[in-house]
Design a protein around this ligand. Structure first.
Ligand SMILES: C[S@@+](CC[C@H](N)C(=O)[O-])C[C@H]1O[C@@H](n2cnc3c(N)ncnc32)[C@H](O)[C@@H]1O
Ligand SMILES: CC(C)=CCC/C(C)=C/CC/C(C)=C/C(=O)O
Length: 299
């Protein structure tokens, strides 16, 4: 997904969920006593969720706000929109990369991420990187992403149609890594602990969003669908019509005879994870204590 202005106009669900969760977590985030917080956001996209909902929570004298995204188009767009904000910048970062840029390592008090991690297949690497972005003195993160969504079943069915299959060979790369998990909370808790986080709270929320009218659904699909940019533009409307037909065949549509009156019901599950990194000296003490315990048990 590279079309920043399109995304900015059709991200009501993403905005709704980010606001809901930030209202709840604003006071749980561990703000610094001196008010000089640094915060990095992972997968900021066009930047409006970060600037509309996270930026107002920062202390007035915050030190640095860094929005990041794998897409240079998204980063360029966000930098253009928000260049007047002091101590704020957007830069390219793949959170699934093997080596973080040295200048980002251990620099942040907080890492946030909204609606991004379901795009990242290797959550283990991503969480390791999020841990490394936080300061050695400690910090915390708030991560919100899709565990499951009916859109993935629609993708699978479109992929099985010979008309679209050649454009969707890698469909599995675009399905949330937790979509088929029998216990996504348990799976993500394990990954968070393995990354080194000492305290964490992971919840799975069941949400419903209703898309009012065919046009609204199609605009939302266009804003995020990774396959459209591979499909010739004269076939886009046909692809979107096939998408809507599958949604109807899945009984996710109700009401109305006209396209405007039809409503499309999306029931999905969100992972909301909050985790804290302990200061280095606490971790060293904990490790020594558990080593002593193991030695005592051996004796
Ligand atoms: C649905 S948008 C979310 C944007 C914004 N956080 C919001 O809530 O509106 C997902 C963003 O994640 C980005 N993304 C996907 N994979 C990524 C990765 N490996 N590293 C960083 N960003 C990634 C996409 O380019 C896209 O801009
Ligand atoms: C009724 C139905 C199948 C709706 C799907 C709507 C839709 C466009 C979901 C997108 C989910 C997603 C991957 C969002 C994102 O990453 O921002």
């Amino acid at each position: 997904m590279n079309q920043a202005s399109l995304y900015q106009r059709a991200n009501q669900v993403q905005r709704h969920d980010a606001k809901l969760i930030l209202d709840e977590y604003a006071n749980i985030l561990q703000w610094r006593a001196d008010g000089q917080d640094t915060l990095l956001d992972v997968g900021s996209g066009s930047g409006n969720v970060l600037m509309d909902f996270v930026h107002p929570l920062l202390p007035k004298d915050y030190s640095q706000l860094v929005g990041t995204d794998i897409s240079s188009k998204m980063v360029g767009y966000a930098n253009k929109c928000y260049h007047l904000y002091e101590r704020t910048k957007f830069r390219v970062l793949d959170i699934g990369c093997q080596q973080l840029p040295a200048e980002l390592q251990g620099r942040f008090d907080h890492v946030t991420s909204f609606y991004c991690l379901h795009w990242v297949q290797n959550l283990r690497v991503a969480l390791g990187n999020i841990y490394e972005l936080l300061r050695p003195e400690g910090g915390d993160c708030l991560l919100v992403f899709l565990a499951s969504n009916p859109v993935y079943e629609v993708y699978k069915r479109l992929h099985s149609n010979p008309k679209w299959s050649s454009y969707m060979q890698d469909v599995d790369q675009y399905i949330s890594p937790l979509h088929y998990s029998a216990d996504p909370v348990e799976k993500f808790c394990q990954l968070i602990s393995d990354a080194g986080f000492t305290y964490h709270n992971v919840e799975l929320r069941s949400e419903v969003f209703v898309y009012e009218g065919v046009r609204t659904l199609k605009d939302n699909v266009k804003a995020i669908c990774p396959f459209l940019e591979r499909i010739p533009s004269e076939m886009h409307e046909e692809f979107l019509n096939d998408f809507v037909a599958i949604v109807i065949s899945m009984n996710l549509q109700e009401g109305g005879n006209s396209e405007d009156e039809q409503r499309f019901i999306s029931s999905y599950k969100l992972i909301v994870a909050y985790a804290r990194k302990s200061p280095d000296f606490v971790r060293t003490t904990l490790n020594i204590n558990s080593a002593i315990k193991s030695i005592k048990n051996i004796k």
